[in-house]
Design a protein around this ligand. Sequence first.
Ligand SMILES: Nc1ncnc2c1ncn2[C@@H]1O[C@H](COP(=O)(O)OP(=O)(O)O)[C@@H](O)[C@H]1O
Ligand SMILES: [Mg+2]
Length: 297
Amino acid sequence: MRSTKTTESWIEQELGPFGPAAIKPYSRTRFATDGSALLKVYVGIDPEGRRLREAATVARAALRGISVPAVLATGNDEIGSWTAFPVVDGTPCSVGTHNATEEYIGYVVAVSDRLHRPTAGANPGSGWAAWRAGSASSRQFLLDQFSPRCRWLPWWAVLREALQPIDSHLVVHLHGDLKPEHFLVDGELLHVVDWEASARGPAVLDYTDVVFHLVRDLLYEGVPPGRIPVDLVTRLPFSGPVLAWRLLLWLDRRRPQDIDLVTTRAVYRLAAEEQAASAYMSLAQTVALLRAAGVPR
Ligand SMILES: Nc1ncnc2c1ncn2[C@@H]1O[C@H](COP(=O)(O)OP(=O)(O)O)[C@@H](O)[C@H]1O
Ligand SMILES: [Mg+2]
């Protein structure tokens, strides 16, 4: 087994030196000082599973004609689980202005055309690799992502029931974490990064993520609920039950008591919404209340 020193110095020598780490709850990323490589160390929940998933999906996404930085090197050793990528040129998308948001949504639609192509025989589950175990159904895949305590909360039965229709949706390959900072625009080129949450499931999961991030992030930057540009995202496929699920999953991963802040009635109403625009407005109002209650982003 290589010592920490050996592995670290191998990476530093071959790909570095690297600058300071950007530290997040589930990763530490460092850019090479010459701007050529990015080193990502996976931490927190299932680092090794996320490393393997990202490396496997990156190769497959490139085959679909999506521009994805290839894996330069990857390992699981004394440093932990890590992957190095070549740095691509490009500016992350943003939702800072109406025009920027419109452009971003255009990219989402363009990438989805390649990403969400029908995939024969795919079963719902995490990652793209065919050998990966999956869930019995899309609904079960979504419910399995909650922490076990949620099963005993009052809204569980309501959400479970509401999610039933998604079992008839086609199962496709998903990015799993679509948001502006994962779209890097370099002139005519668009690079898509961060494939560690890749999955198989209904395409509406990816679209719901796009909308959820847009609404939550603007609200947390202080934009009032009435000023969220929901009109820009109503062209995306929509599911009220999946939107309710996404909100609850976010809360489940916040502070331990945050999940108790949402009422069964609010879950029921969101899941029953048939119109995207009114569902997104109701999501915005709920998230604004949660923010006011101190829920961290
Ligand atoms: N290959 C790359 N080239 C340039 N920038 C990148 C590359 N990969 C990631 N980034 C930038 O670094 C950020 C963090 O990388 P990401 O893979 O999303 O890690 P994390 O798991 O920490 O979110 C991304 O949001 C993106 O803006
Ligand atoms: Mg990321």
